[in-house]
Write a protein that binds this ligand. Structure first.
Ligand code: AMP
Length: 293
């Protein structure tokens, strides 16, 4: 376990000098099998795997769950070790932000809709901390989950725009047996809310089914998803949307490689999930979870 920027740099520079390729898995901790899948992908592809655990204050709005965000450093250490992680980088907030931040990374359009609309300051916080972590870790392959699909788009954009020496790798969403996407925030769910939460994945499947039945009107696909959430008494819909997977804009009529995304509240937990779908004969498969119509 490494707590300082200086020590992490020294270790990683030393490894790279010996020819090692560094794999990087940034997280906020309270690790689960979704995180483990990223670690295993990094382990398979690279020589030295570093995972960061940092609950980044910049990406939480004042009314959000920064203080209550679940933490379990002992469990996280065991999970990381069992999945081939060589180094855990666990900086204190003052190590990451010794002074008030003046610099903010904003990626523009891809961060504006969906999560960006619901959480207006969120992606600036994410983009800024990821840029900082990339600067600290240095040349590497960095692994991110499709679970946070828009975040992955934000990270790809900043890495490209800023010519960072990082290859961003997207990994498929890991789910519970009933379809619920694994998330540290699932810990907030009561037993009843947990039983209701697979409605999010069912809503996404209903959206895909609407596309497969020939729907090309975005409003019709949104409606198909919203109906499933509205039918669940413990769920409150934030958004249900279908977008172009590359631009995150809404094509009308729907065509090409698409992403369906839902955000909903279950009591104190705000859950997000997404799946891919492809409409039209020439389009390529959207993702490992994609559906072709
Ligand atoms: P977090 O700790 O929630 O910030 O997530 C850290 C990384 O793990 C991000 O790249 C997430 O997209 C990824 N991740 C979280 N949940 C899952 C999941 N269920 N399947 C795959 N990746 C995930």
């Amino acid at each position: 376990m490494v707590a300082t920027v200086a020590e992490l740099r020294e270790r990683l520079d030393g490894a790279r000098a010996g020819g090692a390729v560094v794999g990087f898995v940034p997280t906020m901790g309270f690790l689960h099998d979704g995180h483990a899948s990223l670690m295993r992908a990094a382990r398979a592809d690279t020589d030295l795997v570093v995972t960061s655990i940092f609950v980044n204050p910049l990406q939480f709005a004042p009314h959000e769950d920064l203080d209550s965000y679940p933490r379990d450093l002992r469990g996280d250490t065991a999970l990381a070790e069992a999945n081939g992680v060589d180094l855990l980088f666990v900086p204190a907030a003052v190590e990451m932000y010794p002074e008030a931040m003046r610099t903010t990374v904003s990626v523009g359009e891809v961060a504006a809709p969906l999560e960006g609309h619901s959480r207006p300051t969120h992606f600036d916080g994410v983009a800024t901390v990821v840029t900082k972590l990339f600067a600290i870790v240095g040349p590497c392959r960095a692994y991110f989950g499709e679970k946070d699909f828009q975040q992955l788009a934000v990270v790809r954009t900043l890495a490209r725009d800023l010519s960072l020496p990082v290859e961003v790798v997207g990994c498929p969403t890991v789910r519970e047996a009933d379809g619920l996407a694994m998330s540290s925030r699932n810990a907030y769910l009561t037993a009843d809310e947990r039983a209701a939460a697979p409605a999010v994945h069912r809503a996404l499947q209903a959206g895909v089914a609407a596309l497969e039945a020939g729907a090309t009107d975005p409003a019709a696909v949104r409606r198909a998803m919203a109906e499933l959430i509205d039918a669940e008494a413990l769920a409150e819909l934030d958004y249900a949307e279908v977008v172009d997977a590359a631009t995150l804009a809404v094509p009308d009529p729907l065509r090409g490689t698409l992403r369906l995304l839902v955000a909903a509240r279950f009591g104190g937990a705000r859950l997000i999930d997404n799946v891919g779908a492809t409409v039209g004969a020439t389009a390529e498969a959207a993702s490992t979870e994609g559906s072709s119509t």
